[in-house]
Design a protein around this ligand. Structure first.
Ligand SMILES: [Zn+2]
Length: 334
């Protein structure tokens, strides 16, 4: 933890100020220490460089299973992919890299920190990435040399921050929470008046085949089996996906005539978008869909209500790859 993070932090229980005790530091990084709330006296440890406001033993079993599944995955799949930047921009459109310049940014559910890292390299003043899972360890080691990145282990429903952010975003996380809308509202509550918010969630529309066929398998079987076994088992559907994108969707979509045919194929927009990815990335996508105990698929009108209820302004909701919703809006200025 870098000391400048302290200016954004408050007690997640009472919003009181936190006092810092450093036990061990390496250069700018506080490796071991303690944060104590001056109001309610609760203590939060800093271990292995990360302030800990939540741990998996203190959250409900459902959230815990989700975090464990993804945490294990993010530690296992640490491959970097040059397309991450482009993919990230696809999820937060109409936001562009320039938008980050000089802003104080919060990522709700940072996983292994790849978006946090991108936001930092695009010139954010500070980026704070939070996650509940042990993926924070990977995120921390990937970002500790970036002076404007801060990784915090925290629960999105109980964020340890004052209302200090110019921009907050969450991609691919809210739909895995037991109450996605409440997670969204919690994130929005940390954005300054006049600041901005982005969220990307699975769409209900066009995903009926997932909700009808994949979800029952995920809920009853794959989210419950051992992750190492699931990793092997998920190679079967991943191989089908890989062959389909490499032999059919990818080649067809590269020509004008082919695209005309591909447009009639099942799930073309999405499969076209992942066709350039390599085996490991595609395997990750399949594993991701099978590991989570909770996954909500949201209809556009439900997603619209989220933005209305936080009184967001100039909201832009767009359909991404014909299988998901992305939203961007402004928190009302005071
Ligand atoms: Zn407190």
């Amino acid at each position: 933890m870098k000391e400048r993070l302290l200016t954004y932090l408050v007690c997640p229980f009472c919003a009181g100020k936190l006092s810092l005790t450093v036990e061990n530091a390496q250069n700018e990084e506080i490796i071991e220490g303690e944060l104590r709330c001056v109001e309610c006296n609760r203590r939060f440890v800093i271990t292995r460089g990360i302030p800990r406001f939540a741990d998996l033993d203190s959250v409900e079993s459902d959230k815990k299973a989700t975090a464990e599944g993804f945490g294990w995955q993010w530690k296992h799949f640490t491959q970097e992919d040059a397309r991450y930047g482009e993919q990230f921009l696809g999820w937060i459109d109409p936001v562009t890299p320039d938008f980050f310049r000089g802003k104080v940014v919060l990522e709700g559910g940072c996983g292994k920190g790849r978006h946090t890292q991108l936001a930092a390299t695009w010139g954010a003043h500070d980026v704070v990435g939070i996650d509940l899972s042990e993926a924070v360890e990977t995120a921390f080691s990937a970002t500790r040399d970036l002076p404007n990145v801060h990784i915090v282990q925290a629960d999105i429903f109980q964020l340890p921050f004052a209302r200090v952010f110019d921009y907050a975003f969450s991609v691919g996380v809210l739909h895995h929470l037991p109450d996605p809308k409440r997670g969204f509202e919690s994130l929005a509550s940390k954005v300054k008046p006049g600041g901005h918010l982005s969220a990307w969630v699975y769409g209900a529309e066009n995903n009926e085949w997932i909700t009808s066929f994949v979800n029952p398998v995920r809920e009853k079987l794959t989210s419950k089996i051992d992750q190492r076994a699931l990793l092997q088992l998920s190679k079967i559907p991943a191989s089908c996906l890989y062959l389909a994108t490499k032999l059919l969707y990818g080649p067809l979509n590269r020509s004008k005539q082919g695209s005309a045919i591909a447009n009639h194929l099942f799930y073309n927009d999405y499969l076209k978008s992942i066709a350039p990815f390599g085996w490991r990335e595609q395997h990750t996508i399949v594993f991701d869909h099978l590991v989570a105990p909770t996954a909500f698929y949201l209809a556009r009108d439900e997603f619209e209500v989220w933005w209305k209820d936080i009184q967001a302004q100039a909201v832009v909701i767009t359909w991404h790859n014909k299988n998901s919703w992305r939203g961007f809006g402004q928190i009302p200025p005071e």
